[in-house]
Design a binder for this molecule. Structure first.
Ligand code: FAD
Length: 283
């Protein structure tokens, strides 16, 4: 494992649904590329629903000179198709991938079969050797449908045994949950870098809905403060920036090996955090 490559400051996009959204994202990418992140990543919609959109953005931004890591899951895709996609990425010089089980597409019902992320990591290693640096997901507050804290960590360990090089966490606002998770993983024998996922705070309703779905906790004191801003969206953003900057500082001071920013396709929030943390001076 290349440790230097495993510690990273990265920025995540999702494929927009419209041409106007993509044009806006192109401008966002351009602005954020000036910050010189280690890589961008592009999500893969539930069940592979944004397959084409993900591939298009990855190839476009890679061609523009950025390092881009596609997110990938088996979804409903055949092994042959996944392999074809991996080959396409290799041909384009992509050397990093975020391997996931993926979210369950809404309305697909409980009968949908899922292939766990460790199977995808194994598949990528078997088919492409050491070409890709593989990131996997992990959950300091534990995956919402995990049987237990312990089982979730053991399944995380399986992904590492299958060949994951580093991990990116679900977002959280409680730094202690991250530090305790990292310690617990270390005592379970997981030693790969665990990079915190950082979600900027810009809108309380969206954040609360999203957090409910993905199992990220908004601490009571924080949600009460955010609710109090009511229609004062600028006040909320200023407060959110202060809180998330403090969280990042605490994480880095405590030894976090980098940060992964969920940009929500907007340049402003990430740029402000990046500047507050002085990340452009890191190299
Ligand atoms: P897994 O590691 O497979 O775990 C899923 C659940 O099953 C956990 O509860 C785990 O405890 C359990 N489990 C794991 N292995 C086994 C096993 N062998 N047997 C039984 N139980 C098992 N979703 C998308 O759809 N597209 C994206 O692009 C995307 N990007 C993400 C990026 C990051 C950094 C993170 C943190 C999440 C992302 N997600 C994305 C969400 C993610 O796909 C969901 O949280 C999904 O439900 C779990 O994916 P996973 O890879 O962690 O799954």
């Amino acid at each position: 494992m290349d440790t230097a490559q495993s510690c990273h400051y990265s920025i995540e996009f999702f494929p927009p649904r419209t041409e106007a959204g993509e044009a806006k994202l192109d401008a966002t990418h351009k602005e954020l590329a000036a910050l010189d992140p280690d890589f961008f990543s592009v999500t893969y919609g539930a069940g592979g629903s944004t397959k084409k959109g993900t591939r298009k953005l990855v190839l476009k931004y890679q061609k523009a000179g950025s390092q881009v890591a596609p997110h990938l899951s088996f979804g409903g895709t055949s092994d042959k198709e996944v392999l074809k996609l991996l080959q396409k990425y290799m041909d384009a010089g992509v050397n990093r991938i975020v391997a996931l089980r993926g979210d369950v597409p809404s309305g697909s019902g409980s009968s949908t079969t899922h292939r766990y992320a460790n199977e995808l990591v194994e598949f990528i290693r078997r088919e492409t050797g050491d070409h890709f640096h593989i990131d996997v997901a992990c959950y300091p507050e534990i995956h919402p449908v995990a049987k237990s804290y312990e089982s979730d960590v053991q399944y995380f360990k399986q992904k590492v045994a299958a060949g994951a090089d580093s991990a990116i966490t679900q977002y959280f606002y409680n730094a202690d949950a991250y530090f305790r998770f990292v310690d617990y993983c270390a005592s379970a024998g997981i030693t790969i870098p665990i990079v915190p996922g950082i979600m900027p705070i810009t809108n309380f309703e969206n954040l609360a809905r999203f957090s409910g779905n993905c199992g990220a906790e908004i601490p009571q004191w924080l949600s009460r403060r955010l609710v109090d801003f009511g229609d004062d969206s600028e006040g909320l953003k200023t407060f959110g920036l202060e809180i998330v900057t403090e969280l990042c500082e605490k994480l880095l001071q405590g030894g976090a090996p980098g940060l992964h920013f969920y940009s929500m396709n907007s340049a402003n929030n990430v740029t402000q955090l990046w500047n507050n943390l002085g990340l452009s001076d890191r190299r």
